[in-house]
Ligand binder design. Structure first.
Ligand code: PLP
Length: 405
């Protein structure tokens, strides 16, 4: 039974903040349950040794917990353990592919295919890569409703396309893109397919084998885990062909003064002491999500999303961006005659935290003809009362700013 009241008791922030605290910014980063905080504290207070090198009890305990987390992540997305690389976050995961795969495999005139709705983290690494390799960037446009315009695939997927990299769930529109079809279109022209799953893995079942993607990136802090840990999934046969991304301890087999050989995957890509506590915390976050059930969480969010969309659409001064039929619980919006930064500040006075800004997606803002939007994003701990409070506060803001007669 999904009981949001009981779930909220697992999140200490609700008892530390005032009673009227409403958190609607989970697409940016999520709140943390005590279970995750305890796992991180447990490592630091009970067995805070380094991993993979300490031949004593707490060192072995740390290695077992760290590698245990890798196994939990692998199971969560239906992957093999050796295909899971711990990184700092989605941004580093995508950069890893851009440096260690793309710079080696792309040449002048090759095409990198993206979309106009990418997060900056999936735009800039490819701009840098294109500059160095001479590859060309192409972007699939989005329609007015925030869905991708895939009406002319032959225009985008050509024999020059070597790499396709697409956001799974938009952090602005909430749109869930048809990623399995996109991966297939990439493979049909001989390209590799990368998925930015920062906004999807925390909220819906993602199965890398079913998607058949070559790489998939996401962040721990957007799924109840600590900041400073992210994941890059890569097909083992591709990871084997890649050079290391960073050099240093742990990623080697043998080292001489002028030459070295590399460790097996995935450790070949984990140079130096990793974010041990954070990885252990991510494992705990996955345990926590599994104990509630990702499907239940998804259903709860969808109910709240539909409730919120209806209520917000009933406020005449509100414009909502994006209307995809398949979407996650992220709502970008503007309020007539109110700058989103002012809106966010006025909502904050009522204890409500939303995001206001360009959401690291300036090209989307440009195409929408706005400098910024407000964004409310939901997770398992949100309630209908949170949405009611948001809407009341928006109406109050409209009145305060003299928007209504
Ligand atoms: C779709 C998407 N991709 C990438 C990122 C970057 O994630 P991180 O900052 O954790 O590296 C975000 C974060 O907001 C995101 O929403």
């Amino acid at each position: 039974m999904f009981d949001v009241k009981i779930i909220r008791e697992d999140f200490p922030i609700f008892s530390k903040q005032s009673n009227d605290f409403v958190y609607l910014d989970s697409a940016s980063t999520t709140l943390k349950p005590q279970f995750v905080i305890d796992a991180v504290n447990g490592y630091y207070s009970q067995y805070s040794a380094n991993v993979h090198r300490s031949i004593y009890t707490i060192g072995e305990q740390a290695t077992a917990a760290y590698e245990g987390s890798r196994k939990k992540v692998a199971d969560f997305i239906n992957a093999k353990d050796n295909s899971i690389i711990f990184t700092k976050g989605t941004t580093e995961s995508i950069n890893l592919v851009a440096y260690a795969w793309a710079r080696k495999n792309l040449k002048e005139g090759d095409e990198i295919l993206l979309t106009e709705m990418e997060h900056h983290s999936n735009l800039i690494p490819w701009q840098l890569c294109a500059k160095e390799t001479g590859a060309i960037l192409k972007h699939i446009p989005f329609n007015e409703d925030g869905t991708l315009d895939l009406s002319e695939p032959e225009k985008w997927f050509t024999d020059k396309t070597k790499l396709v990299t697409v956001i799974h769930q938009s952090n602005v529109f909430g749109t869930i893109n048809p990623i399995k079809e996109i991966v297939k279109m990439a493979h049909d022209v001989g390209a590799i397919a990368i998925v930015d799953a920062a906004q999807s893995v925390p909220h819906q079942k993602v199965d890398v084998q079913e998607l058949d993607c070559d790489f998939l990136a996401f962040s721990g802090h957007k799924m109840l885990g600590p900041t400073g840990v992210g994941i890059l999934y890569g097909k083992p046969e591709i990871l084997e062909t890649m050079n290391p991304f960073l050099g240093g301890g742990e990623m080697i087999k043998t080292v001489s003064l002028n030459e070295s050989t590399w460790n097996n995957i995935p450790w070949k890509f984990e140079a130096g002491t990793p974010n041990i506590a954070q990885a252990i915390g991510l494992g705990a976050a996955i345990d926590y999500i599994n104990s509630i059930g990702l499907e239940q969480i998804h259903q709860h969010e969808q109910l709240l999303l539909n409730y919120a969309l209806k209520k917000m659409q009933d406020i005449p001064e509100v414009t909502i961006y994006g209307a995809a039929s398949e979407r996650g619980a992220v709502i970008s919006f503007n309020v007539e005659n109110v700058h989103p930064h002012d809106l966010s500040q006025l909502l904050d006075n009522d204890g409500i935290a939303i995001r206001a800004g360009h959401h690291c997606a300036q090209p989307i803002m440009k195409k929408l003809g706005v400098s910024a939007t407000g964004r409310a994003s939901l997770y398992l701990y949100n309630t209908k009362e949170d949405i009611d409070r948001l809407c009341e506060s928006i109406v109050k803001t409209v009145n305060f700013m003299g928007g209504r007669d």
